[in-house]
Design a protein around this ligand. Structure first.
Ligand code: SF4
Ligand code: SF4
Length: 181
């Protein structure tokens, strides 16, 4: 079961074992993406803050991580920073605070941080709109579009076929009085 406090998450995801070696900061891609990223928002900076007073739920620095998990792969202490951040964000959302998150335009499911959306919009332009839907809603939207491409008459014919009445306008098939061998 996922803990419901920052203290519990810090323990579960091994933040208490951090030895401040800085390897996670060296490999983290956030600095290359966000011009305004400060040390406070790096994985090590966030961990320092958590271990200081656990008071980070309302803190913007929780919302920069891209959840790539590279830091976890390199950490000599097995600190699972990505998993900690994802769980901490869910805690924030459960309190009703949605300012830092972006949510699916159709169903309202959490997608990613606002920082990520701003970055994607800058890089991808209008095509980033597709990314403002969750995978399920994207799938349903595509299916609706495909459905709209099928001519209406074709759908009626398919219905006749299912009932064993043959295709409308079809000749020469079994049971329609056509020539037999
Ligand atoms: S790599 Fe691991 S031990 Fe080193 S600073 Fe980052 S979280 Fe701490
Ligand atoms: S999971 Fe987050 S903190 Fe870790 S390397 Fe990726 S972006 Fe950086």
């Amino acid at each position: 079961m996922t803990p419901t406090s920052i203290e519990g998450l810090a323990e579960k995801y091994r933040l208490l074992l951090c030895v401040e070696c800085g390897k996670c900061v060296a490999v983290c891609p956030m600095g290359k993406l966000f011009d305004d990223l400060t040390y406070d928002a790096t994985p090590r900076g966030v961990i320092e803050k958590v271990l200081l007073d656990f008071d980070i739920l309302g803190d913007e620095r929780l919302w920069f991580c891209l959840t790539c998990n590279v830091c976890t792969d390199i950490c000599p202490q097995g600190v699972r920073f990505r998993d900690f951040v994802e769980a901490a964000r869910q805690l924030v959302i459960q309190t009703g605070d949605s300012d830092q998150g972006a949510f699916c335009r159709k169903c309202g499911a959490y997608l990613w941080p606002q920082h990520t959306v701003v970055y994607l919009r800058q890089k991808l332009g209008p095509s980033a709109e597709e990314l403002e839907l969750c995978p399920k809603c994207r799938q349903y939207t595509a299916a609706q579009k495909m459905k709209g491409l099928v001519p209406a008459g074709r759908r009626v014919q398919a219905g006749y076929e299912r009932k064993g009445q043959g295709m409308a306008g079809e000749t020469g098939g079994a049971g329609d009085g056509g020539p037999s061998a």
